[in-house]
Ligand binder design. Structure first.
Ligand code: CS2
Length: 499
C-alpha cells in the first residue's frame, strides 16, 4: 500500500510527487492580506486565486494570514496550524474526475479567541494592505426591519465594554484601525467576500455605525484612509464530508484534516477601489470593473436565490443534496419559472453578460451530480439569506405590479419547513441563528399563515403588502391541503413561460 503522507510544509516535496504543490518558496512570501473566516469558501476562492498569483514568483507581497474569529472555529484553526496553512483543493469536474492541488497562499494562521491582541496587531501591521472578510450574511449584524446596525446584539455590547478582547469583526476592525491611525499608517482596504448586495457598502455602513459609538474620533480617519470595494464572489463549495477526507487518503496518499471540495466554475468581479495597492488578481482570472452592483444583483438573485429555492423545496421533498432537487423535473420547472418570470424582469441590462446563458449555466451547475452540495448547508441561516437573496426580487416585482407567485410559494414553503418536520414525518435539521423564533412563528402559522411574516427582522414590512400576503397564504393552504409535490406541479401548470 502507498505510504500516507501527513500534509505539512516538511512533507511538501514528497507530496509533490503525488499532486501539484505550490511552485513558490513559501518562506519568502510576506503577509499582505489578513483574511477573517477561513472556511471552505475562502479556501476555494480568494486563497485559490492568490495561490495562482503567487505561482508567478515575482509576486511575494500577497500572502494571507488566515484568522479564525469564533470559538466555534477551533477545529479549522488547529488543522491549518498543524498543516502550516496548507490544504488540498479538490475540484469535482463535470465529468466526475477530480483535480487536486495543494494550496499554499495561507502563510500564517491566528485564532482570535486565543490571542485577540495578535490579530489586532496583525491587522495593523504596515505590510498588510487588505483585510478581507468571509463572515457570512449574518455576520454583518444588520437588522432587516430597521436597515440599521444591531446594537442589541450581546456580542456587540461585549465589544463596546471590552475593546481589547473583542468578539466581533467590528470590535477587531475598530481596534486595528485605531492602531493604524496612531502609528501614522495610511490606507488599507477592507474587502468583503460575502454574498450581500453592495457588500462593500454594507461593510462600510455597519463599521461606521459601530465606530461612531465605540471610537467617534476614528470616523473621519476611516473616511479618508479606508476603501471598501464591492465584489461579487462565486464558487459552489459544499461542506467537506468525511468521505472526501478518506478518498483523498486512499487515492493520493495524503492525510489532510480538512481539504476543500468545490465545483470547477469560479468568478470574482471586484470594484477597483483599493486604498493601498492590490494583487494583480486579474492575471489569474478575476475581473476588475467600475461598477459591480449589477453583477452582484444577478448572482444573488439567480444563483443564491436559486439555491434557496432548491434547498427549501428539496428539503420538503425529502432530498438531501442540491443535485437531487435540481434534477427533479417539477422542482427544476419551478426554478426556471421563478428565474424567468420573477427575477429576470428585475435585472437591468448587463453589459457583456448573456443572461440567458448565465441561467442555463446555473441549471447545469446546480445539477452537477458529483458536487453533492448539502441541502442542509443551503438551508442553514436562511433567516439571513432570504432577505438578501429573495426579498429584493419580491419588492421590485411588487413595485411594478408584476407577478410574485413563485416567490410567495417559496416563502410559504419556508414557513412550513421551519416547523422542522416534512409531511412524511421526517425530521428537518434547522441550523439558524433565529431557529427559536422561526419555529415558534412557524407553529403559530398553522392556524394563521400570515403570522410567520410578522418576523420583521427577516420580512421587514412585507406583511403590509396585501398582494403578497394573499399569494403567500393561498400557497400555504395549498401545500398543507395537497402536499408539496402536487402543489409544485399545480403552481407550475398555471404558468407558460420558463427560461
Ligand atoms: C449558497 C452559497 O450559502 C448559500 O446558500 O447559495 O454558499 C453559494 O454556494 C455560493 O455563494 C456560490 O458562489
Amino acid at each position: 500500500m502507498e505510504q500516507i503522507l501527513t500534509l505539512n510544509q516538511q512533507n511538501l516535496a514528497a507530496i509533490s510527487t503525488k499532486i501539484p504543490v505550490p511552485s513558490y518558496d513559501r518562506s519568502t512570501i510576506k503577509t499582505g492580506i489578513v483574511h477573517v473566516g477561513v472556511g471552505g469558501f475562502h479556501r476555494a476562492h480568494e486563497a485559490f486565486y492568490t495561490d495562482q498569483l503567487l505561482q508567478d514568483k515575482s509576486q511575494t507581497d500577497w500572502g494571507i494570514c488566515g484568522v479564525a474569529l469564533l470559538d466555534f472555529d477551533t477545529k479549522i484553526y488547529n488543522t491549518l496550524k498543524a498543516q502550516n496553512g496548507l490544504y488540498t483543493l479538490i475540484v469535482k469536474e463535470l465529468d466526475g474526475s477530480f483535480t487536486k492541488q495543494i494550496i499554499g497562499s495561507i502563510v500564517e494562521v491566528l485564532f482570535a479567541p486565543e490571542s485577540p491582541i495578535k490579530v489586532i496587531e496583525k491587522m495593523a501591521s504596515p505590510e498588510v494592505k487588505i483585510i478581507s472578510l468571509t463572515i457570512t450574511e449574518g455576520g454583518y449584524n444588520y437588522n432587516e426591519a430597521t436597515g440599521e446596525f444591531n446594537f442589541e446584539n450581546p456580542l456587540i455590547q461585549h465589544d463596546l465594554e471590552t475593546p481589547n478582547a473583542p468578539k466581533t469583526i467590528f470590535g477587531y476592525l475598530t481596534q486595528a484601525l485605531q492602531l493604524r491611525k496612531e502609528n501614522g499608517l495610511k490606507g488599507v482596504t477592507i474587502q468583503s467576500c460575502d454574498n450581500i448586495q453592495g457588500n462593500g457598502h454594507m461593510t462600510k455602513k455597519m463599521l461606521l455605525s459601530y465606530v461612531q459609538v465605540a471610537a467617534p474620533t476614528l470616523v473621519s480617519w476611516i473616511l479618508e484612509n479606508v476603501t471598501f470595494p464591492n465584489a461579487m464572489v462565486d464558487r459552489i463549495t459544499p461542506a467537506t464530508s468525511p468521505l472526501d477526507i478518506e478518498k483523498l487518503k486512499e487515492t493520493s496518499g495524503i492525510d489532510d484534516g480538512w481539504p476543500v471540495v468545490c465545483e470547477p466554475f469560479k468568478q470574482w468581479v471586484i470594484e477597483d477601489d483599493f486604498a493601498a495597492g492590490r494583487p494583480a488578481w486579474e492575471t489569474v482570472g478575476a475581473q476588475f470593473v467600475k461598477d459591480v452592483v449589477p453583477y452582484e444583483k444577478m448572482k444573488l438573485s439567480l444563483l443564491n436565490a436559486g439555491h434557496s429555492v432548491l434547498g427549501i423545496l428539496g428539503a420538503l421533498y425529502g432530498y438531501s443534496t442540491i443535485d437531487e432537487a435540481a434534477n427533479d423535473a417539477d422542482i427544476s420547472s419551478f426554478l426556471r419559472i421563478y428565474m424567468g418570470n420573477e427575477v429576470t424582469p428585475t435585472l437591468g441590462g448587463l453589459e457583456g453578460v448573456n443572461l440567458k446563458n448565465y441561467k442555463f449555466s446555473l441549471i447545469q451547475r446546480f445539477g452537477n451530480i458529483y458536487i453533492k452540495d448539502q441541502i442542509e448547508r443551503i438551508c442553514s441561516e436562511s433567516s439571513a439569506k432570504i432577505p438578501i437573496f429573495i426579498l429584493p426580487t419580491v419588492y421590485a416585482q411588487l413595485a411594478n405590479n408584476r407577478t410574485i407567485q413563485h416567490a410567495a410559494f417559496i416563502i410559504a414553503a419556508f414557513a412550513i419547513y421551519s416547523v422542522g418536520v416534512t409531511e412524511n414525518g421526517a425530521q428537518l435539521m434547522i441550523k439558524d441563528a433565529m431557529e427559536a423564533e422561526l419555529t415558534k412563528k412557524a407553529i403559530l402559522a398553522r392556524n394563521n399563515p400570515a403570522v410567520f411574516l410578522e418576523i420583521a427582522s427577516i420580512f421587514g414590512d412585507l406583511k403590509s403588502s396585501k398582494t403578497f400576503v394573499d399569494a403567500y397564504s393561498k400557497a400555504y393552504q395549498h401545500i398543507v391541503t395537497n402536499g408539496i409535490e402536487k402543489s409544485v406541479k399545480d403552481i407550475n401548470s398555471r404558468v407558460l413561460n420558463k427560461i
